[in-house]
Structure formats: structure tokens, C-alpha cells
Design a binder for this molecule. Structure first.
Ligand code: MG
Length: 394
């Protein structure tokens, strides 16, 4: 057998002293032998890609419901765009690119069908049983719900990958999460890799929602030209390329928006890291504030765009109509399955029994919520038809 080139040690030796690496990681809950030709975080990324929840992202909504058009972003393409942006930033800052990729690809695994409308509906259904929050659910997916490995439940990911997935957490929940929740109680920071992936998520959705919003016709160019972050680039592109077809203008503008935000984030973060001069990862965690950040003016521009998208896209009446239907599907499914778990497929019934044995009614509700949260948009609609439409044979 020929020996493999040792690339793992080389790439990790190029990292900044405060980057996460295999050697300073808090490792996995279940001890495993170290991988032979990958880093620990490459292994995490690979496990995420091979998970069932990751494949289902293809048919989960970002803003537009899956069947509305093949060109719009889904959770899967969104997650890949986040990974792309996060990796570029990580490499520039000599941080652990594999870790940022793993966090990015996993960060939305806990999303319900139908985007935020679905999550709000499921949270309302769960209000007497501990609530539902997609971010916590992403962690639950990788820690408990994926069943693929012989030796452990979940994906047994590295501490830092799980830390990055858990972006925010209410104090009461944080107290239940042990070491992983402690930073929310002690007001400490996560790794720089987690911080930057969080912002890469924002850069990705702000930019692609502009693109999808324009393509769908729900928002117009005239409206967007009032928004600084868009207007500046739009003017420049229109001036330099007066003959360019409209779609190409938009792509060029969105591309420049992403580039400018990434550039600002990198420059500002380098200055902040230099000023704070953290000696190692522990020093990053002990900071009062995140070291990865936009400049003040870019944060303002970002907020302006976010507000615009909230008012004009996420609350557009056509999105709102779909949200109303999504709510109805989720609420109806929850009511049916919680009221009579025998309506569930065998595997989900087993889960209900298992969680009900240890946690009573809250456990029964949680198992139903897990089942619903795992559905794709179209599966949820099909299940709704099967449960409620008497003409539908199941
Ligand atoms: Mg996201």
C-alpha cells in the first residue's frame, strides 16, 4: 500500500494561534479514534453531508415554498452559499476552514418545513411543552435524532462544531445544555470560526433574498434603489454597463454586495483581532465582545437592508398567504398526531412511546414535533392530505 501524503498536519500548522484545531478542541462526547487522513473537523463536515437531515434541506423552504419555482434558494443551496462565504473568510483570517464549513452546512438542519412560518407554528403548538426553536433543533438533530452509527446516537460531532451550531440560546435552555450552554450564562464568546459563520449566514441570506425577491417580482428595482447597500453598486454597474441585460445587472450588483460585506468584515475583524491580541482560543472565549464584526457603517447598511426585506419581502401579501397555509398544515398535523399517535408511521410511533415513557406528555409532544420538523415542504403537504382528505388513500 502506498502511503498517503500528510496534508492534515500541514494545513493545521498554518492556522493562527487562536484558531480552533484538533489539538485544542474539547473533542467529542463519545471518544473515538482519531481519523487517519482527515482532520477531526473534516470528519464532522463529512458526517453532516451524509446525514439524512442534510439531504432533506433540498426540499425545505428559505422564503419561497419549494414548488414555487426551481430557481429560488432552498435551505440546501443557502447552506452551501453560507459555507462558501464562511470558508473564504476563514482562510483569509487563518482560521479553521473545515470547522466553518461544518458549522455552515449544519446550521439549518433543524429548520421546519415552510421556513419561519413553519417554525412559528410549531413553536405555538409546543408552547406548553417546552417550545420549539430551529436553532436548538439543529443541535438536537446532530446530537440525538440522526441514527447512523453503530457506537453512538447522533453524529457525535466535535464540541466546537456543536458550539457553532448553537448561535443563540435563552438562559433557561442554556442551563440544561451543560458545558455547551455555559457561554450564554457566563457571557463568553464562541470561537472565531463560529462568529464568522454566523455573519456569513447573514451575508448569504441578505444577498440571495434580494436576488430571489427581484426574480419573483415581489420586490422592485425602484424600491431597492432606496437602500444604500444596493443603490451604490446598482448605480456603478448601470453606469459602467448601460447595455447589460437586467438579470446580469442584478447578478453583478449582488456579487458586489457580497464582496463588499465580506471585505468590510475581514478588514474590521483583522483590526479588532490585532487590538485584542488574543494569545489563544481561550483568550478569544474570554473577550467581552465578538472579535468578528462589521464596521459601524456597514452594520447600519446591513440593518437598513434587513428592515427593507422584512417589510417588503417577508411580509409581502403573497408570502403571507403561503405562511397562513403553512401554519394551517403544521397546526393540523400536530393536532392530529399529538391527539392520536397511532396516526403516525411505525418508526415515529416508537419514538413517541420512547419519549413519553421518560418525559410523559412533554415527551409525546417532542416526538411529534421532531417528526413534523423533519418533514420537507412537500412531504408535509402530502401528510396533511393523507391525514385529512377522505379521498386520499394512505
Ligand atoms: Mg441560515
Amino acid at each position: 500500500m502506498t502511503s498517503l501524503p500528510v496534508t492534515v498536519a500541514t494545513s493545521q500548522s498554518l492556522l493562527a494561534p487562536y484558531a480552533v484545531r484538533d489539538s485544542n478542541s474539547r473533542s467529542r462526547a463519545h471518544r473515538e479514534p482519531a481519523p487517519t487522513y482527515r482532520s477531526e473537523f473534516q470528519r464532522d463536515r463529512d458526517r453532516i453531508i451524509h446525514s439524512g437531515a442534510f439531504r432533506r434541506l433540498e426540499y425545505k423552504t428559505q422564503v419561497f415554498v419549494n414548488h414555487e419555482g426551481d430557481l429560488f434558494r432552498t435551505r440546501l443551496t443557502h447552506s452551501i452559499e453560507v459555507a462558501q462565504i464562511a470558508r473564504a473568510i476563514a482562510r483569509t483570517l487563518a482560521l479553521n476552514e473545515d470547522l466553518t464549513e461544518a458549522i455552515a452546512l449544519a446550521h439549518d438542519l433543524g429548520h421546519t418545513p415552510f421556513g419561519h412560518a413553519g417554525q412559528d407554528a410549531l413553536n405555538a403548538c409546543m408552547k406548553d411543552h417546552g417550545g420549539f426553536e430551529h436553532n436548538l433543533q439543529s443541535l438536537r438533530v446532530v446530537d440525538e435524532l440522526e441514527e447512523r452509527y453503530a457506537d453512538f446516537t447522533g453524529l457525535n460531532l466535535m464540541f466546537e462544531t456543536r458550539e457553532g451550531i448553537l448561535k443563540h440560546c435563552a438562559p433557561a435552555k442554556a442551563a440544561e445544555l451543560g458545558e455547551l450552554g455555559r457561554r450564554f450564562l457566563d457571557k463568553r464568546q464562541p470561537s472565531l470560526e463560529a462568529q464568522l459563520t454566523n455573519l456569513a449566514d447573514e451575508i448569504a441570506y441578505n444577498s440571495h433574498d434580494v436576488d430571489d425577491g427581484l426574480r419573483s417580482g415581489l420586490i422592485g428595482l425602484e424600491q431597492l434603489r432606496e437602500i444604500e447597500l444596493f443603490a451604490e453598486h446598482h448605480e456603478a454597474v448601470a453606469r459602467s454597463y448601460p447595455e447589460l441585460p437586467a438579470r446580469r445587472v442584478i447578478h453583478e450588483v449582488v456579487r458586489r454586495m457580497i464582496g463588499q460585506q465580506v471585505g468590510d468584515l475581514v478588514e474590521t475583524s483583522i483590526a479588532r483581532i490585532r487590538a485584542a491580541a488574543p494569545a489563544d482560543l481561550e483568550a478569544v472565549r474570554a473577550q467581552d465582545e465578538a472579535l468578528i464584526a462589521y464596521s459601524d457603517s456597514m452594520r447600519e447598511r446591513n440593518l437598513e437592508l434587513k428592515r427593507f426585506l422584512r417589510t417588503n419581502l417577508y411580509r409581502h401579501y403573497r408570502v403571507h398567504r403561503m405562511s397562513g397555509k403553512a401554519r394551517q398544515v403544521i397546526e393540523s398535523l400536530f393536532e392530529a398526531f399529538f391527539g392520536d399517535p397511532r396516526l403516525l408511521p411505525d418508526k415515529a410511533q416508537q419514538q413517541v412511546r420512547l419519549l413519553a415513557e421518560t418525559q410523559g406528555e412533554a415527551g409525546r409532544a417532542r416526538a411529534v414535533a421532531d417528526y413534523i420538523a423533519g418533514m420537507t415542504d412537500r412531504y408535509a403537504i402530502t401528510e396533511y392530505e393523507r391525514v385529512y382528505n377522505p379521498r386520499e388513500l394512505t
